[in-house]
Design a protein around this ligand. Structure first.
Ligand SMILES: Cc1cc2nc3c(=O)[nH]c(=O)nc-3n(C[C@H](O)[C@H](O)[C@H](O)COP(=O)(O)OP(=O)(O)OC[C@H]3O[C@@H](n4cnc5c(N)ncnc54)[C@H](O)[C@@H]3O)c2cc1C
Length: 291
């Protein structure tokens, strides 16, 4: 049956970690793969924004008049493949769920997922990572649908994984991800997971409204936070729009600032860093919505 799940209005503030944005009037929540496939076929190559868990998104105040696709519970789950050599996971499975599953099953390589928010599809698309690990190390294949409704499997060796980005096309809805498996020992995996979580809590703010690293690090040696601090931008405040005192590359939206003011802060930071260091900062977060 077509479109079991109707299009709905989405309050963007409640659907991104930083808590900004207006309303999206046209969001489709496919229940399962069949529902998504039917919808895409009918929509015949229309443009969509695909929303994961919203941990890397800054939605604009005026909302989003385009269409959004947000995968629901039917896209969650973790299973071994028949040959037991890989894991096949639903795109909307949370990263933490997978790292916990891997721990229980003595599988190593997934420890870093314990301290990155969001779902697996958002992670693959962004090539998310920390502590010298990233999705590029563990992905074997990505399965999904083009906006024209055609199903496609992309092998990892065909994906260009770069620092916090990939060339996975924007008109491709990831539905499943297949991961490589490496067996290890429970205690070794647990120790690594605990270490990563501890390291993160020491260096990064927790329990604040943020979207993680605002800018990409210009290089391995030059960190965005040092440039932001060095240019005095950690002290800027546009009606509540500011960077975190604990980590100057993390926005802190505890004052519920408008996106407009956050964008002002971002622009001025880029300008000040450029003037002081002659380095152009590039956004890691994605700014989405109507201007
Ligand atoms: C407190 C905090 C800490 C963070 N720490 C880290 C960190 O250590 N390392 C790191 O890399 N990032 C970090 N981030 C950023 C963010 O968590 C990651 O980029 C995460 O992978 C995004 O996943 P998401 O599900 O929230 O995706 P979203 O933010 O919703 O989307 C991210 C991108 O993925 C695309 N996307 C989502 N779902 C699909 C799909 N099904 N098919 C195709 N495309 C899709 C979106 O269109 C968008 O382009 C942090 C963020 C926060 C708030």
């Amino acid at each position: 049956m077509l479109q079991k799940t109707k299009n709905r209005i989405l309050d963007l503030k409640k659907n991104c970690w930083i808590g900004t944005g207006g309303i999206a009037s046209n969001t489709f929540f496919p229940e399962d793969e069949k529902d998504l496939h039917n919808y895409l076929k009918i929509k015949n190559n229309k443009k969509f924004f695909i929303l994961g868990n919203g941990s890397n998104i800054l939605f604009r105040d005026k909302g989003y008049s385009g269409k959004i696709i947000k995968l629901g519970k039917g896209f969650r789950g973790i299973n071994f493949t028949q040959d037991k050599k890989h894991l096949i996971c639903g795109a909307a499975t949370l990263k933490k769920e997978l790292s916990n599953f891997a721990l229980k099953n003595n599988i190593s390589g997934f420890e870093f997922l314990s301290c990155i928010p969001g779902n697996l599809a958002g992670g693959v698309k962004m090539n998310a990572g920390c502590f010298d690990n990233s999705f590029s190390d563990i992905v074997s294949k990505v399965v999904g649908y083009k906006f024209n409704g055609i199903k496609k499997t992309i092998s990892a060796n065909k994906i260009k994984f770069r620092y916090r980005r990939t060339n996975i096309p924007n008109d491709f809805v990831i539905t499943n991800i297949i991961f490589k498996i490496k067996k290890s020992n429970y205690n070794v995996i647990k120790k690594k997971m605990d270490l990563y979580v501890k390291k993160k809590s020491i260096s990064q703010p927790e329990k604040i409204k943020t979207s993680g690293s605002t800018f990409r690090n210009p290089s391995d040696k030059v960190k965005a936070w040092t440039l932001i601090k060095g240019a005095g931008c950690d002290k800027l405040n546009f009606e509540g729009a500011k960077f975190s005192g604990k980590h100057s590359n993390f926005l802190d939206n505890s004052s519920s600032a408008s996106s407009k003011n956050i964008e002002k802060l971002i622009s001025l930071t880029i300008e000040k860093v450029k003037n002081k260091y002659d380095v152009k900062l590039n956004l890691e977060i994605q700014v989405v919505g109507d201007k």
